[in-house]
Design a protein around this ligand. Structure first.
Ligand code: SF4
Ligand code: SF4
Length: 369
């Protein structure tokens, strides 16, 4: 696939891209180094974007290490998922003031600020597409999404926890976005416009003509990244999980799982939330907020009489089964994009690919004559 407008941007001119996005009123959000991890933050200066770093990730472990080169986007998945800029961890829904026996709403969410997400990996881009579907009826999400430009990059570095090739979500930029970038060592950024908004941005950049070898190098980078991946999901993982409802393995996972919810916070496609109300002590004002929630909190499945998923085994089973199986029933695709964040950020190193493989192998053993 090639964009409608393509060209090469010299590496030293990346500020022109940041400027072009900002000139159109977009806050530019990009990976930065903060607190020893690859975080995400608004940048005005391209020098603030993390360059020359890679995040080594293994089960329960995340360490930033220096690269031998100064590539900006060869980092592997960021520590924070990008979803927080489309579906923030906490959103004020309204504030209200008592008005006699009635009340008056004094504050509602402001119109979202236009933003450009610069440096989405293909798995991150696929996650945005999953959220677009899951939150199609959510006005707050849709308002933010419509105010957002997506600038994706060809993934040049697979972490040991990555498995996007299993899910067809990377390492090439295949999903809808505004701009697709590929960092070609020694030659700069291959810029491809993939939307009308992307064309307008590309037109403002000092691009030189892209050649066939640039696209060949882009594809070679993606192929190398794919070849470096060692984790994968078993075939028919959706069916395996559907048939494993009563499997003893759930208890073995529960013996390790802390039900901390890190995996749901880090997952770029987990979208569940709850609503919290707070009233001032004198009862004069009140506010309602939406905050992230997830499968591992007891309150999440609270219905009349108590939570329906009280055990850790039931909660982990629900999480992995929704990701890899019942999401297909709901949305016709997997709820996992293979970013590996849940593996790296699980404090006890529980690995979604390992658990799926154990269940698949057990099924195979049981089916053997
Ligand atoms: S389930 Fe894990 S690997 Fe899959 S998208 Fe979520 S965090 Fe990434
Ligand atoms: S699987 Fe890991 S990250 Fe998820 S709730 Fe359990 S201990 Fe926490």
């Amino acid at each position: 696939m090639r964009g409608s407008v393509c060209g090469l941007l010299p590496a030293e001119d990346i500020q022109a891209l940041v400027d072009a996005l900002r000139a159109r009123g977009h806050a530019v959000i990009a990976p930065v180094v903060d607190g020893g991890v690859l975080a995400l933050a608004e940048v005005a200066n391209a020098d603030a974007i993390a360059a020359g770093w890679t995040a080594e990730q293994t089960p329960g472990r995340y360490r930033l290490t220096r690269r031998a080169d100064s590539l900006r986007f060869a980092t592997g998945p960021t520590a924070l998922p990008w979803k927080r800029f489309l579906h923030p961890p906490e959103t004020l829904l309204f504030r209200a003031r008592r008005d006699g026996d009635d009340f008056a709403v004094t504050e509602t969410p402001p119109a979202p600020r236009p933003q450009a997400l610069l440096g989405l990996l293909p798995c991150d881009l696929a996650a945005v597409a999953r959220l677009d579907e899951a939150m199609a009826g959510d006005a707050l999400y849709q308002a933010r999404r419509q105010a957002t430009l997506l600038v994706a990059v060809t993934c040049a570095e697979a972490a040991a926890t990555c498995f996007c090739t299993s899910l067809g979500t990377g390492p090439a930029v295949a999903g809808p976005c505004d701009l697709a970038l590929s960092e070609l060592p020694g030659r700069g950024l291959l810029v491809e416009a993939r939307s009308a908004a992307g064309e307008a941005i590309a037109a403002a950049l000092p691009l030189t003509a892209a050649e066939d070898r640039d696209f060949a190098d882009r594809d070679a980078i993606a192929a190398r990244t794919a070849a470096a991946q060692t984790r994968r999901l078993p075939a028919d993982v959706a069916g395996v999980l559907r048939r494993a409802v009563e499997h003893p393995r759930w208890q073995a996972v529960a013996d390790r799982c802390l039900t901390c919810g890190n995996c749901t916070s880090q997952c770029p496609t987990c979208f569940c939330s709850t609503v919290e109300d707070a009233t001032s002590l004198d009862g004069a004002t009140a506010e309602r907020r939406r905050v992230w929630d997830g499968c591992f909190s007891l309150d999440f499945s609270y219905v009349v009489g108590g939570p329906v998923r009280q055990s850790a085994a039931a909660r982990y089973r629900h999480w992995i089964t929704h990701k890899l199986s019942t999401w297909h029933d709901q949305f016709g695709t997997s709820g996992c994009v293979g970013c590996g964040r849940c593996i790296a950020w699980c404090p006890v190193g529980i690995d979604i690919t390992e658990e799926a493989a154990i269940l698949a192998a057990a099924e195979e053993r049981e089916a053997a004559p």
